[in-house]
Design a protein around this ligand. Structure first.
Ligand SMILES: NC(=O)c1ccc[n+]([C@@H]2O[C@H](COP(=O)([O-])OP(=O)(O)OC[C@H]3O[C@@H](n4cnc5c(N)ncnc54)[C@H](O)[C@@H]3O)[C@@H](O)[C@H]2O)c1
Length: 367
């Protein structure tokens, strides 16, 4: 039987899921069952549309649902879909707290359904190569990325630019960087988080984030990302001399080696439908959720003084000149901005993650 797949959240990033759905339907892998969105979206001929996911579930009973709504809305929709007997492709970040993670994991177990999380870069053959080449390493793992998002990015949706709805450079657009770093540092158990969050504009969350995690074994993961850069750094995961540019699957295993594109990405939806072991099962995102929850619970980000900023050459907002070099410097040295000569930097927020994890473990045992 060809599985019928529905999409909840068919605007925004849902458009890329619509492309995948059309492609897989064209190849006879699935049938597009229905779309749902709170707002009107471009209709798809022959595909029923609903403005409430509960109506969709009742009317269509799809075998699989893709959930691509804002992060703070994921849990109730996911629970309803599981209760209706559907497998899930749930966009990242899957949920906003470890408590929600435990509730969703329990529902997945009890329903016997499968839940794949939208960390598509985990399906990359290049990541597999990097992990194989660095297995057993105790060297620090780092991630660096520098993108540009104009002010209009934060006006596209009511939840954008608000920490209360789980937006922020590292918990949303650069969530993949954190997730990739955690996977490369296989078995990493964070016990300490040191975090510096900054904003270059009037938003209620960060657009420049610097994070150092220390693991139970003393290993560190450092992640430095920005959305206020004129110069583009796609996203680099580094262990020793090995570097993976995770959005493009380009890999370099030695300092003098050239970057090589490693083809072979398994699509998350195809993987889910195939019945094979999941690439990004919910349980694999637990440590990510520990860290993401702690990031969002941190005090509001510091504002970078306007005098440090300059206009983006194409308009649309301001950039922090040289921030692409700063993210690479932090990744290379493991020193946060406040620990180097950055005048606008403020002391990091330090929090034990052991305690958060212990509380959640205890809660999970009581379920
Ligand atoms: N995997 C990736 O690379 C990637 C890239 C971008 C976004 N995302 C994730 O996709 C999700 C959506 O992000 P976005 O940027 O597209 O957001 P968005 O706000 O631009 O779009 C979300 C869509 O969901 C709809 N929606 C909101 N609440 C709904 C509800 N309760 N029921 C039905 N529809 C609802 C909105 O009307 C909108 O069309 C987030 O979890 C985000 O992190 C993942």
């Amino acid at each position: 039987m060809i599985p019928r797949v529905a999409l909840v959240g068919a605007g925004g990033h849902g458009i890329s899921h619509r492309r995948t759905l059309k492609d897989l339907e064209g190849r006879g892998v699935l049938k597009i069952a229905a779309f749902c969105d709170r707002n009107p979206v471009e209709p798809e001929p022959g595909v029923p549309f609903f403005d409430d996911h509960r109506d969709l579930l009742e009317a269509v009973r799809p075998e699989v649902v893709i959930i691509c709504t804002p992060p703070h809305t994921h849990l109730p929709i996911a629970l309803d879909c599981l209760a209706a007997g559907a497998d899930l492709l749930l966009e990242k970040p899957p949920v906003t707290t470890l408590d929600e993670h435990a509730r969703l994991a329990a529902a997945v177990r009890e329903s016997g359904r499968r839940c794949q999380v939208g960390f598509q870069a985990l399906g990359s053959a290049a990541l597999g190569r990097l992990c194989a080449a660095t297995a057993g390493s105790t060297e620090p793992v780092s991630a660096a990325g520098a993108w540009w998002r104009p002010d209009s990015y934060y006006r596209r949706a009511p939840w954008a630019g608000r920490q209360a709805t789980f937006d922020g450079a590292l918990v949303n657009p650069f969530a993949h960087a954190l997730m990739q770093a955690l996977v490369v540092a296989d078995g990493f158990e964070p016990v300490l988080m040191e975090l510096e969050r900054y904003r270059t504009r009037e938003i209620q969350t960060d657009d420049c984030t610097f994070l150092r995690l220390t693991g139970a074994d003393g290993r560190t993961i450092v992640v430095a990302v920005t959305l206020a850069s004129e110069v583009f750094v796609a996203g680099e995961i580094q262990v020793g001399e090995a570097v993976l540019e995770y959005p493009t699957d380009r890999l370099r295993l030695g300092a003098d080696a050239p970057f090589e594109e490693i083809p072979g990405r398994i699509g998350l939806l195809e993987n889910l439908l195939s019945g094979a072991a999941l690439i990004a099962p919910l349980e694999r995102t637990r440590t990510f959720t520990v860290v993401a929850e702690a990031i969002v619970a941190a005090p509001m980000p510091a504002t970078i003084p306007p005098g440090e900023l300059g206009p983006h050459p194409e308009g649309g907002g301001r950039i922090l000149p040289g921030v692409h070099e700063l993210v690479r410097q932090v990744a290379a040295t493991g020193l946060l901005p406040s620990e180097s000569d950055i005048t606008w930097a403020v002391a990091p927020h330090r929090v034990s993650l052991q305690q958060a994890k212990g509380v959640s473990d205890a809660q999970a045992e009581h379920r």
